[in-house]
Design a binder for this molecule. Structure first.
Ligand code: PMV
Length: 308
């Protein structure tokens, strides 16, 4: 038997602009995770059980673009394993789906890790990352690759599309409240809508992407130097630019405002937007109070996490 776990993630700065080559910062969130267990099977075939989505199916019965099936097939293809051994694969996850917490990437990474160690050929983080990127395309259409990268390496990353990953150091720990609007919003749609805007007026939106990229750069410097007091205003500015990109929503705007009014130093949506999660920068002593305020104002779930 083999098991593997992969964390959730949040994007701190730079979502959407990262699709257009600007830098973004993302960190793992270990409070939520995807877990995969692989065992030899007494029956023929590879059986995939994902009780959270009521899936119990034999691999061959899944369409080629099914993300779970594709993840399983990609391990065997990468390792040249044929015919496939009979296996039972059980997938569970505590990461809410379609909410910007990287659930798709985490499930994929956990499948790749568990399967490759089951067949005694554990893949490196880099190999896992490359395979997971291919599967992300099934989830997202034109993903930047940031989700699979932060989840595969399970450490804070400064990410620029197509460039080698750059982990960054956190000079002084800081606390975030992650709050879920409860609205599930597929990233594929918001990314597609931003592309339509960009195609209609490239110079205008390139400028916005530049501004977001500058915010990511400034945030990286502040985080590395331990100047976390500089991050709140950067979050607020990043949120405002995401609003102009039309990827915020009334709920995200309302909850970011509630977070600020309850004492957060800054707040922004995180990930694809339109729904999903927001993040608020808080003082540790105030985190529980701000999380409560967000829940009273309609957030469906909150996570308090320390970035260290
Ligand atoms: O919604 P999430 O957390 O999967 O994040 C998507 C981030 C985007 O920049 C909007 C898209 C991408 O592929 O980078």
């Amino acid at each position: 038997m083999a098991t593997a776990s992969a964390p959730g993630k949040i994007i701190l700065f730079g979502e959407h602009a990262v699709v257009y080559g600007r830098p973004a910062l993302a960190v793992p969130v270990t409070q939520v995770h995807a877990d995969v267990e692989v065992a030899d099977s007494p029956r023929a075939g590879i059986w995939i059980h994902a009780p959270d989505i009521a899936l119990h199916a034999e691999l061959a019965s899944l369409p080629p673009d099914h993300a779970l099936g594709a993840a399983v097939r990609s391990v065997f293809a990468a390792l040249g394993v044929s015919p496939f051994p009979p296996l039972e694969i059980r997938i569970t996850s505590t990461i809410p789906v379609a909410s910007g917490l990287g659930s798709g990437a985490a499930v994929t990474v956990a499948i790749l890790r568990a399967l490759s160690s089951m067949i005694h050929s554990p893949l490196s983080n880099g190999e896992i990352n490359s395979l997971a990127y291919e599967i992300e395309k099934l989830h997202h259409g034109t993903p930047s690759g940031i989700d699979n990268t932060v989840v595969a390496y399970a450490r804070p990353v400064y990410f620029v599309r197509g460039q080698p990953i750059e982990p960054f150091k956190v000079g002084a720990p800081f606390t975030l409240v992650i709050a879920d609007t409860g609205i599930s919003a597929p990233t594929k749609e918001s990314v597609g809508d931003v592309r339509k805007l960009w195609e209609a007026d490239k110079p205008k939106w390139e400028k916005v992407f530049d501004q977001i990229g500058e915010i990511s750069e400034a945030a990286r410097t502040a985080i590395e130097r331990g100047k976390t007091d500089e991050l709140g205003p950067l979050m607020d500015s990043n949120h405002a630019l995401l609003q102009t990109l039309t990827v915020s929503s009334p709920e995200l705007d309302h909850l970011t405002e509630i977070a600020r009014k309850s004492g957060a130093d800054g707040a922004k949506l995180s990930g694809g937007g339109r729904g999903g999660n927001l993040i608020a920068l808080v003082e540790k002593y105030n985190a529980a109070h701000i999380a409560e305020s967000l829940l009273s104002a309609g957030a469906k779930r909150t996570i308090i996490t320390e970035i260290a």
